[in-house]
Every structure is written in structure tokens, then in C-alpha cells.
Design a protein around this ligand. Structure first.
Ligand SMILES: [Zn+2]
Ligand SMILES: [Zn+2]
Length: 151
């Protein structure tokens, strides 16, 4: 799998919000759930899990979008409304960024795919591991290790 060159920068569609990443992703994912289909206006979402210490907003003020609920910490540009990153509830050591916001996303390949139970019939990714829902919590450690060895 190609490696990203650090640091890397990215931004929303209009450029008002910009961010910088200075730590390598610990896992890369595609999610086929119907929520992600709606949020992306596409077949699936893409995520790169970045250690929180390696993620910073360098321009603009992202706002909460998506579900606005207790579980949803979806961050969007206040102007163009691009869905830029997600802070998973109760897991503040990483941030899931949308890799297509990066100025160069060519290194990105999803390592796992989730919610294949809800995927569009034609949708396929090159992910090494597929799950009907989310992977069982206890499998993440092994997935992160395997990803690090492959990356
Ligand atoms: Zn924007
Ligand atoms: Zn999803």
C-alpha cells in the first residue's frame, strides 16, 4: 500500500476550512451504510483514522453537521458544507478524516470495509477485510497491527 508523505494538508470544497496531518493513519476504511450513502451523496464513505495529536485545523471553523445527536460528531465546512471529518464518540485518541479532502489522496486505499449488508448491489472496494456491520470491537487491535505491517 503506498504511504502518505507527511505532513499532508487538505481542505473542504470551497477552501474555507483547511487542516494538516502530521501522523500516519492507523487504519483506512470504506463504509457502505445508508447513513454514509446519504452523507456522501455516493455509494460509500472513505475514512482514514489519524491519531488526534497528528490532526490540526489550520484555517476556518468547522461546524457540527450530519445527525447532530449525542453519537454524531460529524464536522463540516460552515460555508460549502463538505463533510470533512468525524470524531468518534468516547474515542478521542483518533479522528476519522475523509481522505478525499486531502490535496493528494492518491495514496489512499481502504483496508477494511463496513456495512456491506447495506451496500448498493454493484459497489465494491479493494478492502482486505469486509464486515456486514462494524468489526467486533475486539478485532480492531489486530486490524491496526495488520495495517501497520502492510503499510
Ligand atoms: Zn468549504
Ligand atoms: Zn457508514
Amino acid at each position: 500500500m503506498p504511504k502518505p508523505t507527511l505532513p499532508m494538508e487538505g481542505g473542504c470544497r470551497c477552501g474555507q476550512v483547511r487542516f494538516r496531518i502530521s501522523a500516519a493513519p492507523i487504519l483506512t476504511m470504506a463504509c457502505h451504510c445508508t447513513g454514509c450513502q446519504r452523507m456522501t451523496a455516493s455509494a460509500f464513505s472513505l475514512s482514514a483514522a489519524i491519531p488526534a495529536a497528528g490532526f490540526e485545523i489550520i484555517e476556518g471553523e468547522p461546524v457540527i453537521g450530519g445527525l447532530h445527536g449525542a453519537d454524531a460528531h460529524h464536522y463540516h465546512c460552515p460555508h460549502c458544507k463538505s463533510w470533512m471529518f468525524t470524531k468518534p464518540r468516547g474515542m478521542d485518541w483518533f479522528v476519522n478524516i475523509r481522505p478525499t479532502m486531502l490535496d493528494d489522496a492518491s495514496w489512499f486505499v481502504p483496508f477494511i470495509e463496513t456495512y456491506t449488508s447495506e451496500k448498493l448491489p454493484w459497489a465494491a472496494t479493494p478492502a482486505a477485510h469486509s464486515y456486514e456491520g462494524f468489526p467486533p470491537f475486539e478485532t480492531y487491535e489486530a486490524l491496526v497491527k495488520e495495517f501497520a505491517e502492510r503499510a
